[in-house]
Design a protein around this ligand. Structure first.
Ligand code: AVI
Length: 328
């Protein structure tokens, strides 16, 4: 599951709302390149819509990752030494992970797993799924926190363990280039050392495939993006104006230079949220999400500052998983 917009789960709800409003206002009151951070896509409705996206015929990344894990799981487990603590970022309901953990238990006779997710209900599901689906000696620990805070807690609890941090789902694709570089530095600082990183990413590919994956015929992705805007407007107290009522046009652009899919809402008539100083001009568009696609070189560039280097990689035509090692 995605990082939540909640700040750290401990703040007063009013303070939390204020922080969220400030984040949205900052993005929407810029003179140009207005945006709403992608995390606002995931309210309850957004999470349901994302689940529907993963079942769409055009949306290949979800299935491609399962195929890749299926195909290479034996070799992947070769790179996770016996005794490692497997820590998953955004474990969700852990269905994909169960496959990897089964292979690890089969290989080493045991496995220790920590799932990190902001959603407590996902963590409950994860515990049930892992009990049902993994046969053999698996110990499960679950941490409800955002990724970096979760990793800090894991490191504090298991100071001497060698970690294998698993990040499935190509979530890093939704980070900007800069944010991704900072993120891996934060990961490295949180785990301190003795860490492997098993990172799954979508690879750069032909325009047509990307375009149809993010602009599906049934309009599910479009609804997902619109819902993100409605969610942001709701947080600003700008109701009942939903993104639908504001008559917006969904646009997908493939940015060749940055190797990313960009998802926008254009507002032919514009709109204003006066109490927050927001004015969207007629015809102006708002960036709602990017989905970056990678090459081996760009993965290296993104993680090298944090001290990770590529140990092994598995690719099929469209998707990639890589095992990276920090320097120790
Ligand atoms: C979660 N994330 C990796 C998805 C992606 O492909 O970037 C989110 C998504 N946005 C539109 N469709 C799927």
């Amino acid at each position: 599951n995605e990082q939540s917009p909640s700040v750290n789960g401990k703040t007063d709800p009013d303070d939390n709302d204020r922080v969220l409003q400030e984040i949205i206002v900052e993005g929407l009151s810029r003179k140009s390149r207005k945006e709403v951070p992608y995390r606002f896509l995931y309210d309850d409705r957004g999470s349901e819509l994302y689940e529907s996206i993963t079942k769409l015929e055009e949306y290949y990344p979800f299935r491609a990752e399962i195929d890749l894990l299926d195909q290479f799981v034996e070799d992947i487990t070769n790179h996770i030494p016996d005794g490692s603590l497997v820590v998953e970022l955004g474990c969700g309901s852990a269905l994909k992970t169960a496959h990897l953990l089964n292979a690890l238990v089969a290989r080493h006779g045991r496995c220790r797993f920590v799932g990190i997710d902001v959603s407590e209900s996902f963590l409950d599901e994860a515990r049930c799924n892992l009990m049902l689906l993994v046969e053999g000696h698996l110990t499960v620990d679950l941490v409800s926190a955002d990724y970096i805070e979760g990793l800090r807690q894991v490191r504090a609890k298991y100071p001497n363990d060698s970690l294998c941090v698993v990040w499935l789902g190509s979530g890093v694709g939704n980070f900007s280039q800069k944010d991704a570089i900072y993120f891996f530095e934060d990961v490295s600082n949180a785990v301190k050392s003795r860490c492997r990183l098993f990172l799954c990413t979508d690879m750069w590919k032909k325009d047509e495939i990307l375009r149809s994956a993010y602009h599906d015929k049934q309009g599910v992705t479009e609804a997902f993006i619109r819902n993100g805007m409605s969610h942001a407007l709701r947080i600003l107290g700008h109701e009942p104006a939903t993104a639908e009522e504001l008559s917006s046009v969904y646009e997908v652009e493939i940015n060749q230079q940055l190797k990313q899919v960009e998802m926008y809402l254009r507002f032919p008539q514009g709109f204003a949220v006066p109490k927050h100083g927001i004015h969207i001009r007629p015809g102006e568009r708002v960036l709602m999400e990017i989905s970056r696609k990678f090459t081996r070189e760009s993965i290296h560039k993104m993680t090298e500052n944090a001290g990770f280097h590529l140990q092994s990689a598995w690719h099929n035509q469209i998707y990639g998983c890589q095992m990276l090692l920090d320097e120790y």
